[in-house]
Design a binder for this molecule. Sequence first.
Ligand SMILES: Nc1ncnc2c1ncn2[C@@H]1O[C@H](COP(=O)(O)OP(=O)(O)OP(=O)(O)O)[C@@H](O)[C@H]1O
Ligand SMILES: [Mg+2]
Length: 623
Amino acid sequence: MSSVKTFYIIQTRIKKTCKKIPFFVEKEQKAGDGLKQIDKDSKQLWHVYLWTLSFLKPYKGKVILVMMSGFIITLSELIIPKFIQYFIETILPSRDFSKMNGLLLGLTGLITFGIILTAARNLWQRKLIEQASRDSQFAAFQQIRQLGFSYYEQHSVSETLSFVNTQTRAVQEIYRRYFPQFINQTLFIAISLYFMIQISILLTLIIIPSFILYYIFGPWLEKKATVYGRQSAEGFRTLQTKLYESLASMEELRILGYMNWDMKRIQKLHEQVRQDHEKNVFFAYLRGSNRRLTYYIGALATFGVGIYLVKNGQLTTGGFVAYILYYFSAMHMLTSIVTLLTEQRILTFQIEPLYHFMKKTPDIREPQQPILLEQVKGDIVFHDIDFHYPNHPPLLKGMNLHIRRGEKVALVGTSGGGKTSFLKLIGRFYDPASGVITIDGIDLRRLPTSQIRAAMGFVFQETFLFNMSVKDNIRFGDTSLTDQQLVEAAKKADCDSFIRELEHGYDTILGERGLKLSGGQKQKIAIARLFAKNPSIVLLDEATASLDSVSEQKVQQALHQTFKESTVIAIAHRLSTVRHFDRIIFIKDGCILEAGHFNELMRKKGHFYQLASDRSEKEAGVT
Ligand SMILES: Nc1ncnc2c1ncn2[C@@H]1O[C@H](COP(=O)(O)OP(=O)(O)OP(=O)(O)O)[C@@H](O)[C@H]1O
Ligand SMILES: [Mg+2]
């Protein structure tokens, strides 16, 4: 492939990813739209927040325990101003200090109890948080599995990685920091307010006008800070996705010399995030100043009216001192709670895509009343199948085909004709738009997916190897497979000799994505996997395309010998491999144009003959 073409592909891929990310769309909107959007989104955000908290539901008992302890702890902390009030009002005038010992003892006991309970509460809280965090991460993984193949084909891996990493971390941050703090601080304010009202209703009412002042500028500043907070959160998300993508394509970028181009893109994004973050901090600071203004005006009013009340004997000095203590600590908490809520809101923005992702219903649903076959034999029928990819034009049109148990069928045809899609339908990676596919006479949609997957063996053109030993890559979770069976499978796939040459033989750990092996070697491991599984339906998508012709012949022979009983459907590019198949099916533009044995089709001099003649010019001596 020319480097210009590769460059174009990388660029289009990145553009496509970016389009899916709201940050880029957002940039095209006018600044004023942001504020309107915030109002509209508030309801939605609330749902996201509630969903986040729903992971705490299974631990209701523990949540109540933590909250009750929080209540007792706060009460024990807030009793101190009351103690001061009592000291000033009762002990000082009477100078009867004998009562002090008992009181001090009681206070010491209370504080000690508070400290012990705090330690216990923190432990319970931590455990609860860890459980909910684990559940949220598992739920995301579970959802990724459920959505399956079709989801991966429509979304980039970097986007999904962002869900699992950044966004679930944001969910966890809400449990770890924000939610517990929010509860504790709300309790603190509520109890302080209760004591304040108890001391003087009038003084408490005095604070209200100062809050009206806050609301003149407060909401506007709040929204501004939120708009930029959201933009910087989204920009950060985009940056993360871009970084993942950059890492994934590092090799291509380096080889093709596009490192600077990539670096510039990242720097540009970084700069945008920085600017939005600065604006967010600026408005957050103004908002803080506005709040502090309210706080001090309230304090001045409280002092003025409080002193007047003390002078007129409507309030005791002790009560006034205790009130002031409650006022300042409650206001301090209120300031912190507002900051907390704003930060929480920004986090909720970050979580929003994860929320939508989690609410997605899988395209492929497990049957409500599954039919479990005793044994899958491998008789496959396509009845009038129409199929298209989501939001794409029709691909397979009225396809009818019966592949008998044990039959060896080769699919050939023009590129983009629908061969791979045909295999995906048999594996139930997608459901057809209309028509029915049956296996052993049963609608594929009635069979449990686990049975379908267990009965089938796939080898795709692109092979994914896990970062584990060669042995485990072939075994693939099948613990019943003996070492001898494993080696036999490898021999059939013509990879035993090269595996033995590896540093630790079968125990060699293959690098991430099997980077230490060549394309052909990786494909051989995938074929060994197939031999080890010995499925009743074998689906091969140009499975030997990366092998040299000697290896290919060996492997093809082994495939024919081993899978005598199994149904084999193979997409073949090299026509040399299709001679021995029972039937060759020629697919073009989603339709079967020809079907028959090699010799029959060659005699017919139709589409297959044409294809064979075209390719024979390239593959000398093939036909
Ligand atoms: N996940 C997908 N989403 C949307 N369209 C897709 C998807 N996968 C394939 N297509 C489109 O469906 C058509 C058939 O693709 P398919 O991969 O089945 O062809 P093919 O016959 O296997 O081609 P090739 O020989 O090049 O592998 C193509 O036009 C392709 O662009
Ligand atoms: Mg294909």
